[in-house]
Design a protein around this ligand. Structure first.
Ligand SMILES: NC(=O)c1ccc[n+]([C@@H]2O[C@H](COP(=O)([O-])OP(=O)(O)OC[C@H]3O[C@@H](n4cnc5c(N)ncnc54)[C@H](O)[C@@H]3O)[C@@H](O)[C@H]2O)c1
Ligand SMILES: O=C(O)C[C@H](O)C(=O)O
Length: 359
């Protein structure tokens, strides 16, 4: 009797300890068996397995917190090259459902990724005042390439959300890495541009005197300067703007990131609003995976909406990732001119990303 109680207690202690270390190979095998049995479809194991790469950073920490609060997440893996033991210990004390495990440094990347349904990548350096997002290319391109190599090997069927800048180039880099590995599925690779939509909804709500939660502004193109193209003629609820309002709103939305970089004065770029935006987008991806209908978000993806290989537009999310790329809809003259400018810059960013991945 006593012995039985002791061994039950020992098993409980082992389970608790397992949350604070990478999984053993036996646990990884169990994950593989669960995936093979398609347990989610049968409803045997509710929840998805999500990894955050760059989890100790300015975005990574609040994003990890928000993912720990998401009831659709059953397992949350936090990977970074620094500080994950502390971040993991901290977040693991939240009394929400997801089991949290931390992974530190390149040797633990594969364990962090094995069995994941969704991988979110906010790893990489942020801007300082005076920099463009493209100035981050030299460092962040290599980081994204390495992390995507791990994804191709360990969870080739995962949905991938790329946050690391310059998104206009890092998404094409990720695509090339997956192509080389033979695992590329354009439906599963999504650049996160949700912060542009979040900002647009906020600024338009301020101008119209509406609750920003009731406003929906499609933002298309890409995620840098003039490539961020808000379609103010397609705002929901339908409304009209003066030409001064259009000029103010377009400029504020396109320069929202720079506004934060300057206000932070060298301490980085948007982290909290970005974590909010990334959590919203990840939740949409998970609801799509679950099979919910009518999930539409803007995202930078492989596209045939324009002649460019990648373009941000509204997409319908589902079990396969991007199930439908929605058309741009009617643009007014101002937006058509903006689209031409956006395409010029985007073409170069895509070319640069593809060239980097293939050199
Ligand atoms: N898509 C968007 O809308 C958007 C918005 C804001 C920021 N960003 C971008 O997100 C990135 C991160 O921003 P931040 O403010 O969190 O930066 P940060 O410096 O605070 O955090 C980045 C984290 O990445 C980690 N990291 C670095 N190399 C890594 C590697 N090889 N593997 C795993 N982790 C690694 C760092 O250790 C750090 O913890 C930047 O590139 C920034 O420009 C994108
Ligand atoms: O502006 C940046 O460098 C970060 C991010 O892309 C943003 O839009 O806030």
């Amino acid at each position: 009797m006593e012995q039985g109680a002791d061994s039950a207690a020992a098993r409980r202690m082992a389970r608790v300890a397992s949350h604070l270390r990478p999984p053993t190979s036996q646990e990884e095998e169990e994950v593989a068996i669960l995936k093979g049995s398609n347990c989610r479809a049968k409803g045997a194991a509710p929840g998805f397995k999500v990894a955050v790469l760059g989890a100790s950073g300015g975005i990574g920490q609040p994003l990890s917190l928000l993912m720990k609060m998401n009831p659709l997440v059953s397992v949350l893996h936090l990977y970074d090259v620094v500080n994950t033991p502390g971040v993991t210990a901290d977040i693991s004390h939240m009394n929400t459902g997801a089991v949290v495990r931390g992974f530190l440094g390149q040797p633990q990347l594969e364990s962090a990724l094995t069995g994941m349904d969704l991988v979110i990548i906010p790893a990489g350096i942020p801007r300082k005042p005076g920099m463009t997002r493209d100035d981050l290319f030299n460092i962040n391109a290599g980081i994204v390439r390495t992390l995507c190599g791990g994804i191709a090997k360990c969870c080739p069927n995962a949905i991938v959300n790329v946050i690391s800048n310059p998104v206009n180039s890092t998404v094409p880099i990720a695509a090339e890495v997956f192509k080389k590995a033979g695992t590329y599925d354009p439906k599963r690779l999504l650049g996160v541009t949700t912060l542009d939509v979040v900002r647009a909804n906020t600024f338009v709500g301020e101008v119209l005197g509406l609750d920003p939660r009731d406003v929906n502004v499609p933002v298309v193109g890409g995620h840098a300067g003039v490539t961020i193209l808000p379609l103010l003629s397609q705002v929901n609820p339908p409304c009209s703007f003066t030409s001064e309002e259009i000029s103010y709103l377009t400029s504020r939305i396109q320069n929202g990131g720079t506004e934060v970089v300057e206000a932070k004065a060298g301490a980085g770029s948007a982290t909290l609003s970005m974590a909010y935006a990334a959590a919203r987008f990840a939740d949409a991806c998970l609801r799509g995976l679950r099979g919910d209908a009518g999930i539409v978000e803007c995202s930078y993806i492989a596209s045939q909406v324009t002649e460019l290989a990648f373009f941000a537009s509204k997409v319908r999310l589902g079990r396969a990732g991007v199930e439908e790329v929605l058309p741009l809809g009617p643009l007014n003259e101002f937006e058509r001119a903006g689209l031409e400018k956006a395409k010029g810059e985007l073409a170069e960013s895509i070319r640069k990303g593809v060239a980097f991945a293939n050199k």
